[in-house]
Design a protein around this ligand. Structure first.
Ligand SMILES: [Zn+2]
Length: 267
C-alpha cells in the first residue's frame, strides 16, 4: 500500500489496552495502519493520554469532553454549572497539552439538558478555533441542532470530522457543505448497511476518513470482539470495494486529508 492509514478515532487509553498496547500497535502496523488519533472523552482521559501517547510513535491526541459526561449526579442537579466547569477543564487541559484536535465533542439525545450540552459544545468548538486545530464531533439524534450551531458559530480553519457517520444522503450533503468530513467505521462492513455503502460509493473521496472507534464497534468479521486499530484494514477494504480509484489512490487520498488536518496542527 502506498500510504499508511490513519485511524482517526481510537480510545487506546482505555484500560482494555493497558496490557498489550505494544502488540496492538504492532498488529496495526502489520496491516498498514501507521497513525492513530487517541480521542479523550473526560478529565480522566486527559490525565491518561500523555503517557499512552508516549508509547505510540506517530500517534496524536484529541482532547474533549463528551456530551454524555453531562449525565452525572452533579450535572443533573445543576447542568449549567457542570457545563461551565467541564468547559473550563477542557480548555485548561488543551492549552497545557496542545492536542492535535478537540474531540470528541457534540450533542447526544441521551445526555440530559440540551442547553448545557450546547453550552459545553460551543465552548469547545471555540477552543478548537482558538488553538487552530480540527474538531471531532459525536452526534446522536441531535443532527439539526448540531448543524444549526455549526452554521452560527463556524468551523475551525482545519475543519472537522463527524465521527461514526451512518446517516442519510441529505445529512452527508449538509455536512460536506459546511466542510465537515465523514468518519467511516465498522458500520460500513455490516450486513444491514447497504444504504450507507451505496451513499459512500458516490461521495467525494476528499470528504472521507476512516476510523475504528476501538475498543467498541468492531467491524465484520470481528463483531463482538474488542476492536483495535488493525481492524481498520477491514473498513478500508470495504471502502475500496465501493470505489473505482483503486487501493493505492484511496490510501493516498485518506493520508493527504489526515496530514492536512492533524499534522500541520501538531507540528
Ligand atoms: Zn469515540
Amino acid at each position: 500500500m502506498a500510504a499508511g492509514l490513519w485511524d482517526t478515532h481510537t480510545h487506546l487509553q482505555d484500560e482494555s489496552f493497558a496490557g498489550d498496547l505494544e502488540e496492538v500497535a504492532a498488529r496495526a502496523r502489520g496491516r498498514g495502519v501507521e497513525r492513530m488519533v487517541l480521542v479523550g472523552v473526560d478529565e480522566g482521559d486527559f490525565a491518561r493520554i500523555p503517557a499512552v501517547l508516549a508509547r505510540l510513535a506517530g500517534s496524536v491526541a484529541a482532547l474533549g469532553i463528551h456530551p454524555l459526561r453531562l449525565c452525572g449526579d452533579d450535572a443533573r442537579a445543576d447542568p449549567a454549572a457542570a457545563a461551565a466547569r467541564l468547559a473550563e477543564a477542557a480548555a485548561e487541559a488543551a492549552r497545557r497539552l496542545r492536542p492535535a484536535a478537540i474531540g470528541e465533542i457534540g450533542l447526544d439525545a441521551a445526555a440530559g439538558s440540551e442547553e448545557a450540552q450546547a453550552r459545553l459544545f460551543r465552548s469547545q468548538l471555540a477552543l478548537a478555533r482558538e488553538l487552530d486545530v480540527p474538531a471531532l464531533f459525536h452526534c446522536r439524534r441531535r443532527f439539526g441542532e448540531l448543524v444549526g450551531i455549526l452554521r452560527r458559530d463556524g468551523l475551525p480553519r482545519r475543519g472537522a470530522i463527524y465521527h461514526a457517520f451512518s446517516g442519510s444522503r441529505e445529512m452527508a450533503e449538509e455536512l460536506m457543505a459546511l466542510g465537515v468530513r465523514l468518519g467511516l467505521g465498522g458500520a460500513l462492513t455490516y450486513g444491514n448497511a447497504a444504504r450507507l455503502r451505496a451513499l459512500v460509493a458516490g461521495l467525494p473521496l476528499a470528504a472521507l476518513v476512516v476510523e475504528t472507534d476501538c475498543p467498541d464497534l468492531a467491524p465484520e468479521p470481528h463483531r463482538g470482539e474488542r476492536n483495535e486499530p488493525a481492524y481498520l484494514a477491514e473498513i478500508f477494504a470495504a471502502l475500496c470495494r465501493l470505489r473505482a480509484e483503486g487501493e493505492d489512490a484511496v490510501a493516498e487520498a485518506l493520508a493527504r486529508t489526515c496530514e492536512a488536518m492533524f499534522e500541520a496542527a501538531h507540528g
